[in-house]
Ligand binder design. Structure first.
Ligand SMILES: [Zn+2]
Length: 331
């Protein structure tokens, strides 16, 4: 069923900021709104969003960020802006939390984007125009919408990059589900690689899924120091480390993973940090010789911050391999 003409028109006339020096790559305007709609569509396609209730959550932010990165590299941005302003284009309306309708109405009249926390207190999510949601639920509708958004808001080169990103996003969400299902079984052989997943998904898709599952399980928190740093766009400083490097075992099982901040990820990969089978931090004896490094030495013996779900805790076989081949030092 083709898109109704009035809906097409609204989608073609999204109000965008054109003053920010936007190039032809985004047809001279800010790409935030079309990108947000592409992200919503991907989550519907992947079965993450099933009802017409779009939450402003980590999931949406991470997919938005995928597209944003393809558009504007590493420039920071605030995805709450398009989430807020899309209501003015007749694309969706915000759904207030219980008892917050009047507050939301007053805020809407004020026009400006509220601070993130305030927004989350007042707004439960967004409800798409019902015809648009209907179109997004079907492959043909999504294909037509994507053609429209790509053609109207992006130059040829960027269209190709976004199309590739779309494939990867949907693939990685499916792969995340597959990785989570693996946790229901014992880890058979860490060194046997990703097995059947390798036929089903690309290496990049598996790597994205590994990162998403591990970092989410640890609540975006470094297992060693507890750092939890996020940008307003939802980008997390915390990384997913393979305990046995992927180049060695080719296994993205989340039990071969640890969420670590960039410093502790680096130190873990360099063998300056190890982890005991009881999940306590080991610090290489060399740290004793480092000047002015009490902070690092103080990590010794500290318990890892692990997810509540024990099924995803690091596999002892992985930690043992790391101690033997990477850590090596006493401590
Ligand atoms: Zn850390």
């Amino acid at each position: 069923m083709p898109l109704p003409p009035n809906l097409r028109e609204r989608l073609q006339k999204l109000h965008r900021d054109t003053r920010g020096g936007w190039s032809d790559a985004t047809r001279g305007g800010a790409p935030h709104k079309p990108i947000l709609l592409l992200a919503v569509m991907d989550l519907i396609e992947a079965g993450v969003i099933r009802e017409n209730a779009i939450a402003f959550d980590e999931r949406l932010l991470s997919v938005f960020d995928q597209y944003w990165t393809a558009c504007r590299g590493d420039l920071p941005t605030n995805p709450l802006q398009p989430f807020w302003y899309l209501k003015g284009d007749g694309i969706w309306r915000h759904v207030p939390r219980p008892g917050q309708k009047q507050v939301l109405d007053a805020l809407t009249l004020g026009g400006r984007v509220p601070p993130r926390r305030r927004f989350q207190e007042i707004v439960a999510g967004a409800r798409l125009d019902p015809e648009l949601f209907e179109a997004m639920k079907h492959a043909a509708g999504r294909a037509e919408l994507r053609r429209l958004l790509f053609g109207r808001y992006f130059g040829d080169e960027l269209q190709a990059a976004l199309a590739a990103r779309h494939g990867l996003v949907v693939e990685s969400v499916h792969c995340e589900s597959a990785l989570r299902r693996r946790l229901e079984r014992e880890l058979a052989d860490l060194f046997a690689g990703d097995g059947a997943l390798g036929q089903e998904f690309t290496e990049e898709g598996r790597s994205m899924a590994f990162r998403a599952v591990v970092v989410e399980a640890y609540g975006h928190t470094c297992a060693v120091c507890g750092a939890r740093v996020r940008t307003p766009s939802g980008r997390s400083a915390v990384q997913a480390a393979h305990i046995v490097p992927f180049s060695v075992c080719r296994n993205n099982d989340p039990r071969n993973g640890l969420a670590l901040c960039p410093l502790h990820h680096w130190a873990f990969d360099q063998g300056m940090l190890g982890v005991t089978d009881a999940y306590a931090v080991k610090v290489h004896a060399y740290a004793e010789e480092l000047p002015a490094d009490e902070g690092f030495r103080a990590l010794k013996g500290r318990g890892l911050r692990l997810p509540a779900d024990g099924r995803i805790h690091p596999a002892p076989v992985a930690l043992e391999w790391h101690r033997r081949h990477v850590f090596q030092g006493a401590g």
